[in-house]
Design a protein around this ligand. Structure first.
Ligand SMILES: [Zn+2]
Ligand SMILES: [Zn+2]
Length: 613
């Protein structure tokens, strides 16, 4: 037994740091230092926290033996994975009053419970929080840790944190490279994140060392932004990161950074779950070897010469990135931003090294407007596509973070290609998608998405007239389209001739109705003049119009008497002000409000009583 049992000795909390549990015991018992809890001074743990876990486990009263295994595994990791400066979540400290074991990991930078960045420097006096000297509740300056100001964590960093803590992988889709059932241990996950962080660029252009990147929160936050995207951000982001490594060149070494990454990754990533990464890596290495360079071309002359801050608007122009995108990147911590006041106005200066290495991340993420332009669709069509889950990489708006959808550019490009799986340039009769939408879209719900889907599976022959136009230039085979429309509205189409029979109308009158679009119809696919009418259009016609002869029949009046009566009430037939004459008298149903005696019949559609459908 190495530890003393103090008078007040509550058990360790789930997930609590063993070191800070000791500090908590000392505070509860009014000891000056947690070292008083050791029986012998020589047993004191200085760095080896797994030793401390063993001591605590020996004591039944600590209930350390019942501690969740995940919290224990942290202290079995190599020492270089653990922090020397204490990190903490101020909100956890103020709410739960305990320090968490996960904060000992150098790769931990956010609190997933409160979604804020961890802190390792007192926000009042700027003092470091030394792991062993740190007090439980307050800084040396007296400022309570619980009230230190916090910064909201970016979505990417929270995803990375969940992956580190319990292996959770962001939403699975075609873009995600890490399978949900990866079976990586905590040590493997931490090593993987460290590997990525070692090789990604150092944005402090004056410093060259890379092994210390995770030691302080400031640097770790910066490095892990790249890691979170490259490792868990999906295929496109992984490729973007490889591009950055490629640009880093060789830095005076014999091999360039991409090759170093390639070798280290293969050494580290032995499990089957890395197959998708390797496939992408192989493809990129092959592509890039053509123009491989050993020169570091990551940073521009300006950056190298120390001209590292530039106004947001200038940056937007110089690097061709939308201002809104730059703003979002600064909000997410991807690009450092310095706000300066000058003559009553605030200027945003952004950090050029960040912009230069992360430009590919920014350009890869399109907002809905950019995506709509590239796709060649309207804003509302884009909305429809996003909502229906067509794009697997699409990130919905997040209140307070980002007000619009974001989609990977590579997926949009692939989507456009996927619309024309068969290579055809000739079809008997064609129709442009926007024209088709104008013609049929109003009557058939979801027609737009259905057409695109049918194109992709090859049921609807199509080609892109001009790739720059995107979907606006999608040419469809008209015959395929008509049969598609028939298919998605099954048993609801009837030929105009049969419709005339069903409604008991003279065929010539029927063709007049079709011709003047009083009853809507489609042309058929067999090149004849025959037209088809969806049943719903027939019903629309019946509710909108009254046929004089039918009404006279129901009222047991002669048609001539009825027409005269209606004319006296000012109810004129539909064609009286048209430049064509219909074969039968046709009225609009609403007109009959002026004929109170007849209105009850008309309102209840009794005029169509002898028609069975
Ligand atoms: Zn917290
Ligand atoms: Zn302080």
């Amino acid at each position: 037994m190495t530890l003393k049992k103090p008078p007040i000795h509550p058990p360790i909390e789930a997930g609590e740091s063993p070191l800070f549990y000791l500090k908590r015991l000392a505070l509860l018992n009014h000891y000056d230092s947690h070292t008083w809890l050791y029986k012998n001074a020589e047993d004191r743990v200085s760095r080896n926290l797994s030793q401390l876990v063993d001591y605590l486990t020996e004591e039944d009263w600590t209930k350390q033996a019942e501690q969740d295994e995940a919290a224990l595994r942290i202290f079995q990791l190599e020492n270089f994975h653990l922090v020397k400066k204490a990190r903490f979540c101020p909100i956890c400290i103020s709410e739960d009053k305990i320090w968490r074991a996960t904060w000992h990991l150098k790769t931990s930078v956010t609190c997933v419970k409160h979604e804020v960045n961890l802190v390792d420097v007192c926000t009042t006096c700027c003092a470091d929080t030394d792991l062993f000297k740190a007090k439980l509740h307050e800084c040396v300056c007296g400022a309570p840790y619980g009230v230190q100001s916090t910064v909201r964590a970016s979505k990417q960093l929270l995803e990375l944190q969940r992956f580190i803590e319990d292996g959770a992988v962001p939403e699975q889709n075609r873009e995600q490279l890490m399978p949900a059932d990866h079976e990586l241990t905590l040590e493997e996950r931490v090593s993987l994140v460290s590997l990525f962080s070692r090789l990604t660029p150092n944005h402090d252009v004056k410093k060259t060392g890379t092994s210390t990147k995770l030691n302080s929160m400031q640097q770790a936050l910066d490095a892990l932004q790249d890691v979170a995207r490259g490792l868990l951000g999906g295929k496109a982001m992984f490729i973007a990161l490889l591009g950055v490594l490629q640009k880093m060149g060789g830095k005076g070494h014999k091999v360039d950074q991409l090759t170093i990454f390639y070798r280290s990754f293969y050494k580290e990533a032995k499990k089957a779950c890395f197959q998708r990464y390797k496939d992408v890596l192989e493809a990129e290495i092959t592509k890039r070897s053509v123009y491989a360079t050993k020169r570091n071309s990551l940073f521009s002359e300006e950056t190298i010469n120390g001209n590292v801050w530039l106004p947001l608007k200038v940056a937007s122009k110089e690097y061709s990135v939308a201002v809104s995108k730059l703003r979002l990147a600064t909000k997410e911590g991807l690009i450092a931003c310095d706000r300066q006041k000058k003559g009553g106005r605030t200027f945003s200066l952004i950090y050029r090294p960040h912009l230069e290495t992360r430009l590919s991340f920014l350009l890869e993420q399109l907002n809905a407007t950019e995506a709509a332009i590239l796709l060649g669709v309207t804003k509302s069509q884009m909305q429809l596509m996003c909502n229906s889950g067509v794009f697997l990489s699409a990130v919905p708006p997040e209140p307070g973070r980002c007000s619009h959808w974001r989609i990977a550019k590579s997926e949009i490009v692939e989507y456009l290609k996927s619309l024309t799986p068969k290579k055809v340039k000739l079809m008997p009769k064609s129709i442009l998608l926007p024209v088709a939408m104008k013609k049929y879209g109003g009557d058939i719900p979801n027609l737009f998405l259905t057409i695109l889907q049918e194109c992709r599976v090859g049921n609807l022959l199509s080609y892109l007239d001009d790739e720059a136009l995107g979907i606006r230039g999608l040419v469809l085979c008209h015959r395929d389209l008509i049969s598609l429309i028939k298919r998605i509205t099954p048993d609801h189409h009837i030929s105009a001739t049969r419709m005339a029979g069903k409604l008991q109308l003279h065929p010539e009158f029927m063709s007049q109705l079709v011709k003047h679009k009083l009853i809507k119809s489609y042309e058929t696919d067999n090149n004849s003049d025959e037209r088809v009418i969806p049943l719903e259009f027939a019903h629309k016609f019946k509710t909108r119009f009254v046929i004089g002869a039918k009404l006279a029949n129901v009222l047991e009046m002669s048609p001539r008497d009825l027409y005269r009566h209606l004319a006296e009430l000012g109810i004129m037939p539909f064609d009286h002000d048209k430049n064509y004459k219909l074969r039968s008298k046709l009225y609009q149903r609403y007109q009959f409000v002026d004929a109170p005696m007849i209105y009850a019949y008309v309102r209840n559609l009794l005029d169509w009583n002898d028609v069975s459908f």
